[in-house]
Design a protein around this ligand. Structure first.
Ligand code: GLC
Ligand code: CA
Length: 555
């Protein structure tokens, strides 16, 4: 292939049409046999990602870190963790991605640092020094008592006592992750400078990690407080001015009416994208309850996003499948369905991968992915889910679903040494999910594999065009197991697609009120006509158990 013919699209709204792929460097490919994935491995696998049909890669933190939170405990924002390679390796990776028409979004963890960060070390040792005020210090731990604890499995307070300074410091996550003090404008400048450092290198955007928690004030919840939004506006304004075309995606696990605030407004824009946390657990709920009701009402309650903004939709990521966005009853029910072993539960969620969650069942995997790929917004795939990789619930914390990518059937996939190291992630070893059963090499050669199916679906999604940017209108269905919506091109030009998903475990007939009289419906996957709407815009369809269709509306 002639690489020089591929360039990045010049469309400033590229993220609205992109399929993203999240991959932790540590977990992808180890090229020097030290037991950790590295940037050389990332470079080697760019061709694979391009072949798969990925438009943008999201890299969780790959910076200097003690790795006590998978790298979300950053000790130096400008240094690549030596285990992963050098800055030059990163540059080569970024260039290689761009040469293949793929963009790279990196994690930006600004709510907190590692306690190993020199800022924190200075702050503890020298309260009057330049970093004395970089963190949230207090003589008492009886402040901000309305603020909830996020890591409920490990933390009992958001305060920890530092012996050296003789004061408490504030932390929303692990106690080894002190929160930065955004009341201090020097912190703003430091953070903006780090952003510039990576933007100068050419990264295409940032995922704003844990972004609701920047500011905390007495009597409030420490989530989405007004100055937090003001800081995001400041970051966005800097990027629009100095680096147009780069993007921000917000990690804010909140209800729809709250999370939408992270897009900002036309006058005061914030993030280009925000993850759609509310919709995700409802997909899993529907798959077991056989009812689309929760999904329908979640989609109905999603506010309009401002022009140019987009949801990031996902099924799984490097964290637990969080159940924060469902009711207590639904959560209890979901633990029963999806976490039969207490080892699978962590914090308020489940630390399992997609394929084991869905019984390694092809029809469930296809239904969930087809829905993901046609929801409003841009899909984020999690590495390994394209081949149906498994997990290892005996690993610590969320490492359960961060095991090495299974490239071929050799049990180590390059991750052979360092077993004595507690940070070492072994390859999944069960019969069902080990590399003999699940690997890229065999699935690449098999047109009926999940990998081939995923690739075909990404090709089809690109061809249809409408799913990234189109509008969505729910279509009412006579059967409560069925979710259906129309996606129409925002420009008015191009195909309109009717998506239909049955969560029923049995075949059924359903009457859909499409609202478009006398149009033919062409199955986008098979290319075959499946009927037409009547004079009143209705159509009756037969759906297989967990059946789904993407139907292109004809003239
Ligand atoms: C985000 C990350 C998670 C991390 C936490 C603290 O939620 O996704 O992995 O532990 O922030 O940085
Ligand atoms: Ca390595």
């Amino acid at each position: 292939m002639n690489k020089s013919t591929i360039t990045l699209s010049s469309d400033p709204e590229w993220y609205r049409k992109a399929v993203f792929y999240e991959v932790m460097v540590r977990s992808f490919l180890d090229t020097n046999g030290d037991g950790y994935g590295d940037f050389r491995g990332m470079i080697d696998k760019l061709d694979y990602l391009q072949w798969l049909g990925i438009d943008a890669i999201w890299l969780p933190p790959f910076f200097q870190s003690p790795l006590r939170d998978g790298g979300y405990d950053v000790a130096d924002y400008r240094e690549v963790l030596p285990t992963y390679g050098s800055t030059a390796d990163f540059d080569e990776f970024l260039q290689g991605a761009h040469d293949r028409g793929m963009r790279v979004v990196i994690d930006f963890v600004i709510n907190h640092t590692s306690d190993q960060h020199v800022w924190f070390q200075e702050s503890r040792a020298n309260p009057e020094g330049p970093f004395g005020d970089f963190y949230v210090w207090s003589d008492t731990d009886k402040k901000f008592e309305n603020v909830r604890i996020i890591f409920t499995d490990t933390e009992t307070s958001n305060w920890a006592f530092d012996e050296l300074r003789g004061q408490y410091y504030w932390h929303r996550f692990f106690s080894h992750q002190p929160d930065l003090n955004f009341e201090n404008l020097a912190v703003h400048e430091a953070v903006l400078d780090i952003a510039r450092y990576w933007l100068d290198k050419g990264v295409d955007g940032f995922r704003l990690d844990a972004i609701p928690y920047l500011y905390v004030s007495e009597g409030n919840t420490g989530e989405s407080e007004p100055p937090t939004h003001a800081f995001i506006q400041k970051l966005r304004a800097m990027m629009d001015r100095e680096y147009p075309g780069r993007m921000l995606v917000a990690e804010a696990c909140q209800q729809p009416h709250e999370v939408v605030d992270y897009f900002g407004t036309a006058e005061t824009p914030e993030c280009h994208m925000a993850f759609n946390f509310p919709v995700m657990p409802h997909i899993f709920y529907s798959l077991r309850s056989e009812s689309a009701a929760g999904l329908v009402s979640t989609l109905e309650s999603l506010p309009e996003v401002p022009s140019g903004a987009a949801w990031g939709v996902f099924l799984r990521n490097h964290d637990e499948l969080t159940l924060e966005m469902v009711t207590d009853e639904q959560r209890a029910q979901m633990y029963e369905w999806y976490s039969p072993d207490p080892r699978m539960t962590v914090n308020v969620g489940i630390r399992r991968r997609l394929a084991p969650l869905l019984d390694n069942d092809r029809s469930q995997l296809e239904l969930a992915n087809a829905l993901l790929l046609s929801l409003p917004g841009s899909p984020f795939l999690y590495y390994g889910d394209e081949i149906g990789m498994g997990d290892d619930i005996w690993l610590d914390d969320r490492d359960a679903s961060r095991t090495p990518m299974q490239w071929d059937d050799s049990a180590n996939a390059g991750f052979s040494t360092a077993e004595q190291d507690k940070l070492y992630l072994p390859v999944v070893s069960t019969e069902t999910f080990g590399p003999h059963a699940i690997n890229v090499a065999s699935q690449q050669n098999d047109p009926s594999s999940l990998l081939s199916w995923t690739r075909d679906m990404l090709t089809l999604r690109h061809r249809l065009g409408v799913f990234g940017t189109g509008t969505m209108n729910l279509v009412s269905a006579s059967d409560p197991s069925v979710l259906s919506f129309l996606r129409s091109p925002e420009s008015g030009r191009g195909d309109t697609v009717l998506s239909v998903f049955s969560f029923s475990h049995n075949t059924l007939g359903v009457r859909l009120s499409v609202g478009r009289p006398n149009v033919t419906l062409l199955d986008a996957v098979s290319g075959q006509p499946v009927g037409a709407t009547d004079d009143d815009g209705h159509v009756v369809l037969e759906l297989a158990a967990r059946g789904w269709h993407w139907l292109v509306l004809g003239p």
